[in-house]
Design a protein around this ligand. Structure first.
Ligand code: C5P
Length: 222
């Protein structure tokens, strides 16, 4: 008898498109698990910084990623049992994450960890390559996007709320550079997965985006 497959909703898209918030809420509504795959790249970057490993040392970074001592507990991110929830969200760590994410060996080292998040009753996974590489058989694939300006202003608000300093001009520049790096890389570039629903949230609130994803999933799983 074949095992029924565990449903997965993938939400991919560029930096600060709101995927994290939408994915998290969809997961909560459905009682599904949630994978923030970007956090794994951020954790690897943070761990590299702490261990003085250069961001282009592919072999050492992959080694680090393969045995990443991380845990996700009630919305908190732990690295080596230290609470790094805020530290991993820092803009500089996001930039470092996008630099190491171009390295194929690092990506490969994180595959098993990501696939392991798929267990009953289901998973909502957010990232850049969830629908294209990690869960190509996902029940529903979403490509969530928004204009650079909308994304920069959302990121600005987030950073200020968390007590980080932020500057709109720098944010637009960082986002544009990260988009270019994520889309131009050869290993798992950022692009909509075949069959993905393109959801532009530039002029849309979170609730509306969440509802659209829930409706699409309900239809896909019929
Ligand atoms: O989504 P988030 O901004 O936290 O991701 C940080 C960086 O990690 C992204 O800029 C991207 O380069 C990389 N990433 C990736 N593949 C994923 C998730 C994140 O390459 N699935």
């Amino acid at each position: 008898m074949s095992m029924p497959t565990v449903p997965v909703i993938t939400i991919d898209g560029p930096t600060a498109s709101g995927k994290g918030t939408v994915a998290h809420r969809v997961a909560k509504q459905l009682g599904f698990h949630y994978l923030d795959s970007g956090a794994l790249y951020r954790l690897t970057a943070l761990s590299a910084q702490q261990n003085h490993i250069a961001l282009d040392d592919e072999a050492k970074l992959a080694e680090l990623a393969r045995v990443l001592p991380c845990r996700f507990v009630h919305g908190h991110v732990l690295l080596d049992e230290q609470d790094v929830t805020d530290a991993v969200r820092a803009e500089a760590i996001g930039v470092a994450a996008s630099k190491i994410a171009v390295l194929p060996e690092v990506r490969k080292a994180l595959v098993d960890l990501q696939v392991a998040f798929r267990y009953a009753p289901g998973l909502v996974a957010d990232g850049r390559d969830m629908g294209t590489v990690i869960f190509p058989d996902a029940t529903q694939k979403i490509y969530l996007t928004a204009s650079v300006e909308a994304r920069a202003s959302r990121r600005y608000k987030q950073l200020i709320e968390k007590g980080f300093s932020a500057n709109m001009e720098d944010l637009v520049k960082d986002l544009t550079e990260r988009d270019a790096r994520d889309s131009a890389r050869t290993a798992a570039p950022l692009k909509p997965a075949p069959g993905a629903y393109i959801l532009d949230t530039s002029a849309m609130g979170v609730e509306q985006a969440v509802q659209i994803v829930l409706d699409l999933y309900a239809k896909a799983s019929q």
